[in-house]
Write a protein that binds this ligand. Sequence first.
Ligand SMILES: Nc1ncnc2c1ncn2[C@@H]1O[C@H](COP(=O)(O)OP(=O)(O)OP(=O)(O)O)[C@@H](O)[C@H]1O
Ligand SMILES: [Mg+2]
Length: 235
Amino acid sequence: MIKVENVQYAYHTGTEALRDVSVAFPRGTISAVLGESGSGKTTLLMLLGQFLRPDAGRITLDNRDIYEIPEPEYRRALGIVFQNLYLFPHMTVLENMTLAPVKVLGADKVGTEDDARAMLDRLGIGEIADSYPSQISGGQGQRAAIARGLMLQPEYMLLDEPTSALDANTTDEFAAWLRELSDQTNFIIVTHDVLFADKAAHQGVYLSDGQVLDTGTIDTIIQHVRSGRLVEVDG
Ligand SMILES: Nc1ncnc2c1ncn2[C@@H]1O[C@H](COP(=O)(O)OP(=O)(O)OP(=O)(O)O)[C@@H](O)[C@H]1O
Ligand SMILES: [Mg+2]
């Protein structure tokens, strides 16, 4: 389980992006991080990914402070796909996907390519394996970037706005696919898309102005959003 306890973070400009945030991301659940623009969602992902360090509070993975876990071990445990962070343009989708497992982990090249093709098939984009990023659509690229992250089989996978380039049908398929994968990987998904969160996630946290306004099952959070208890987000 990942636990965030009383975390504060201010940017050097003075913006208090997170103010006393506490939230748990248990195993076996897909969690959605909801909240209006500027509420601190991406900042929370950056802290979980150790790209930023909390000013106060702590973050633990299975009761170990994440800064006490050796970096290579932590990088393997937790993968992140950022908003708009796509693929290396000079490599095919397949080459993008096999690069880290083969070069970093020393995995067998042929076996890894088979795994990558199977992953793309599962995502419904098997036909783009040998295409270059400039030859595929935004939605396909987004799914391929997530597939690339999953090749390292992280325990936790953080996704920032993964549906921003997907149409409604593809978003539904994507939600179903995340559910299928959730027995192996624990997803933490930052999203503006309440309908998607409803389909994909089990639990949620709602941020507002750097603070946790609500946590609980995704059903209760969405009820609160719809009843106007939380501010409806556009998207
Ligand atoms: N690099 C930065 N330097 C200074 N302030 C920043 C920086 N990045 C974000 N902020 C500020 O911190 C606050 C939280 O930003 P953050 O990006 O975490 O929000 P968000 O919830 O991800 O928003 P969005 O939905 O628009 O992506 C905002 O007030 C934002 O302006
Ligand atoms: Mg953001």
